[in-house]
Design a protein around this ligand. Structure first.
Ligand code: NAG
Ligand code: NAG
Ligand code: NAG
Length: 175
C-alpha cells in the first residue's frame, strides 16, 4: 500500500516536472527529461503497433509524454508499462520494442496484432508481465522467452502460436 502510494506520488511528480519543463521551453524533446532514445523507440513502435495511426496519435514528439495513451513512465523518465489492451489495434510487434529497456509490463491483449513474437523481447531483463493473448499472432514463441528470468506472467493463448519448449513451461504462463 505504502509502496503503491509512493510510486503514484513519484509518477505525479514526474508528470508535474515534465509539464513545467514543457511549458518553459519551446524545445520540448530536449527539455522533457525523457531520453531521446526512449522517445525514438516509442515512435518506431507506434508505426508498427498502429500503422494506420488511428489509436496512438497522442504518441507524438513534442507532446506531453504523460498524455501518451497507455504509456506509464517510471520516476526516471523511462517507459515502464505499455497498456493497450482492447484498443482494436491491427499492427505488428517490431523487434524495436527491445529498445525500451526499462519496460516491466507489456499489455497488448484483446487486439488483432499479426505477425510473429519478436525474439528481441527476451533482451528486456526487467519484463515481468507479457500479455499477448487474444490476437492473431503466428509462428513459434521464441525459445529465448522461455529462459527469461524476470518474466512472471506470459499470456499467449487465442493466437495461432505454437510452443516449442513445453518442459520449461512455468505455471504462471497461462492463457
Ligand atoms: C532542440 O534541441 C535539439 C537538441 O539539443 C537541437 O538539435 C534542436 O535544433 C533544437 N530545436 C529547436 C527548435 O530549438
Ligand atoms: C506497471 O504495471 C504493473 C501492473 O499493473 C503495476 O504493478 C506497476 O506499478 C506499473 N508500473 C508503473 C511504473 O506504473
Ligand atoms: C490473421 O493472420 C493471417 C495470417 O497469418 C491472415 O491471413 C488473417 O487475415 C488474419 N486474420 C485477422 C482477423 O486479422
Amino acid at each position: 500500500m505504502g509502496f503503491a502510494l509512493n510510486h503514484f506520488l513519484h509518477f505525479l511528480l514526474l508528470c508535474l516536472s515534465l509539464l513545467l519543463n514543457h511549458q518553459s521551453s519551446s524545445n520540448s524533446t530536449a527539455t522533457l527529461g525523457i531520453e531521446p532514445s526512449e522517445l525514438r523507440a516509442l515512435m518506431e513502435l507506434k508505426s508498427s503497433l498502429d500503422p494506420e495511426g488511428r489509436v496512438l496519435s497522442s504518441w507524438a514528439v513534442g507532446s506531453d509524454p504523460c498524455g501518451f495513451e497507455g504509456v506509464t513512465w517510471n520516476e526516471h523518465g523511462k517507459v515502464a508499462n505499455i497498456s493497450l489492451q482492447g484498443k482494436g489495434l491491427i499492427g505488428t510487434i517490431l523487434p524495436s520494442v527491445s529498445g525500451l529497456r526499462w519496460l516491466s509490463g507489456l499489455y497488448l491483449h484483446y487486439n488483432a496484432f499479426g505477425g510473429e513474437v519478436p525474439r528481441e523481447l527476451a533482451s528486456l531483463t526487467g519484463l515481468l508481465d507479457l500479455y499477448l493473448n487474444i490476437n492473431n499472432l503466428s509462428g513459434t514463441i521464441p525459445e529465448e522467452i522461455g529462459t527469461m528470468a524476470s518474466l512472471q506472467v506470459l499470456q499467449h493463448c487465442y493466437n495461432q502460436l505454437t510452443w516449442s519448449i513445453p518442459e520449461a513451461y512455468p505455471p504462471s504462463w497461462v492463457c
